[in-house]
Design a protein around this ligand. Structure first.
Ligand code: C5P
Length: 232
């Protein structure tokens, strides 16, 4: 399976649909996040993912009381995402409720992916929020918790892949943004690896946005990345 999920960070369903059509066959799936979902809603998601036939990663980072999150998961199931993000900070009961709701879809159920510590937070931010251990330790602890609560994996930076793989085992799905092709522009990403490096470290899903979506020829950019990582 192609591990590349391309991040479409746009509110515009027409642009997203055009991009999906151009990239179909060259990527493993598309990631639609809150910017898109708030603007275009489930209808927009259907237009983009359904028409292109590309697997969907719905990155809406659910976080609320258990009953509400379970309801949100049920509402999302008809969109048939392959991956769906849930904030680990919502706690064990919330994650267990999400896993139970997702299981109602049977074999079609999405993989639930925990968001541990947002990479926009550093140790100082965590301390202000009452978390007094380093961000990496917090990410590892929350990743273990997501696994114990029945989630399928976690989002992590390329530099955390080895630690989370060691902590959570071989079957835990590691979803990794912060990927830049060799020689590419890092942009605002600081903790980066190339696609090949991240896969070698143990990443399962590579989230790649602007190196593909911002290229003059997005399909050619995706093909070049496929060549770099070979047929995996
Ligand atoms: O364009 P770029 O490749 O940097 O896009 C990365 C995608 O992954 C964006 O949608 C971004 O919001 C998301 N992401 C991230 N870092 C995280 C979690 C998500 O870059 N820690």
């Amino acid at each position: 399976m192609n591990p590349i999920f391309c991040a479409f960070d746009t509110p515009d369903p027409v642009a997203a649909r055009g991009l999906a059509m151009r990239l179909a066959g060259h990527i493993g799936g598309i990631k639609l996040g809150l910017e898109f979902f708030m603007a275009a809603g489930p209808m927009g998601v259907r237009e983009v993912a359904g028409d292109s036939g590309l697997p969907l990663f719905l990155d809406v980072k659910l976080h609320d009381i258990p009953n509400t999150v379970a309801g949100a998961v049920r509402s999302i199931l008809p969109l048939e995402p392959k991956l769906l993000t849930i904030h680990a900070g919502g706690g064990p009961a919330m994650m267990e409720a999400a896993a139970k709701a997702a299981a109602e879809a049977g074999a079609q159920r999405p993989k639930l992916i925990g968001v541990t510590v947002l990479t926009s937070l550093d140790d100082t931010d965590l301390a202000v929020m009452g978390v007094n251990r380093p961000s990496t330790d917090q990410a590892i602890a929350l990743a273990k918790l997501t696994k114990d609560c029945g989630l399928d994996g976690a989002v992590c930076s390329p530099l955390e892949v080895t630690a989370l793989r060691d902590a959570c085992g071989p079957d835990f799905t590691l979803v990794v943004p912060g990927i830049r092709p060799a020689g590419g522009d890092a942009g605002d990403q600081k903790r980066i690896m190339t696609p090949g490096q991240a896969l070698n470290a143990g990443a399962d899903v590579l989230v790649i946005g602007r190196p593909i979506t911002g290229a003059a020829d997005p399909a050619a950019a995706a093909k070049a990345i496929n060549q770099e990582i070979g047929a995996r």
